[in-house]
Design a binder for this molecule. Structure first.
Ligand SMILES: Cc1cc2nc3c(=O)[nH]c(=O)nc-3n(C[C@H](O)[C@H](O)[C@H](O)COP(=O)(O)OP(=O)(O)OC[C@H]3O[C@@H](n4cnc5c(N)ncnc54)[C@H](O)[C@@H]3O)c2cc1C
Length: 191
């Protein structure tokens, strides 16, 4: 299509980042709906975008990052530091750490209480989490499988964390396990 020759769309999504891509995917699941997704950055076909810890090459790189800097901050002794934001299809999720950790069940229940909206409760958000997953261990009470384009926790993630956290940092690893165990929802790095 000639990019200057605009057609008519049912939905125009500004920003092909994390939320924009999910939204476009959901909306375009209906073949009768025409969706235009506009992304300021380029394609996500660079090798390092798809490699865990490849973000070290993506952050601060104009190919994938807006390369923002914060204003000099008194609390940082007057320094200005980089503030990474993805400028590429997939947005920040193309340059992030690929870690997935849910909040604690109490947090969601507290939000439901504070907002008076029961849709925030753990009971009601859990099915949404499960529906968006393709968990490598298969489905259970806390996890789901078969999501189209959903995240999947791979064995590789577990290996990466155990290898990097032990044995020199066994205490931190144990503490991390405890704090994550306190998170009612088990997640990618939980075991
Ligand atoms: C370095 C880094 C590491 C992170 N690590 C993790 C992690 O391990 N786990 C985790 O859960 N979260 C992590 N996050 C946070 C998470 O990635 C973000 O919160 C999330 O991706 C934000 O999604 P979003 O859709 O709100 O915005 P984005 O994904 O940033 O999407 C916005 C999109 O809009 C585009 N855009 C902006 N302006 C325009 C314009 N004018 N026209 C067209 N397009 C435009 C941008 O280029 C971008 O693609 C990390 C974030 C960063 C930056």
């Amino acid at each position: 299509m000639n990019p200057l020759q605009f057609e008519t769309y049912d939905y125009v999504i500004a920003g092909g980042g994390t939320a924009g891509c999910v939204l476009a995917n959901r909306l375009s699941a209906d073949p009768s709906v025409k969706v235009l997704l506009l992304e300021a950055g380029g394609a996500d076909d660079w090798f390092w975008i798809h490699v865990p810890v490849g973000y070290l090459r993506c952050i601060g790189n104009a190919r994938t990052d807006w390369c923002y800097r914060i204003e000099p901050e008194a609390g940082l002794n007057g320094r200005s530091i980089g503030y990474a934001r993805g400028k590429v299809l997939g947005g920040c999720s193309s340059i992030n750490g690929m870690l997935c950790l849910r909040g604690q069940s109490n947090d969601y229940d507290e939000w439901a209480r504070l907002t008076g909206d029961p849709r925030w409760s753990w009971k009601n958000v859990l099915p949404v989490f499960r529906r968006s997953e393709d968990h490598w261990r298969g489905a259970d009470d806390l996890h789901g499988t078969g999501a189209n384009g959903g995240w999947s926790a791979s064995a590789c993630v577990g290996m990466f964390w155990s290898a990097s956290w032990r044995p020199h940092n066994r205490l931190a690893y144990r503490d991390a396990r405890i704090s994550i165990a306190a998170t009612t929802s088990a997640s990618a790095i939980s075991r």
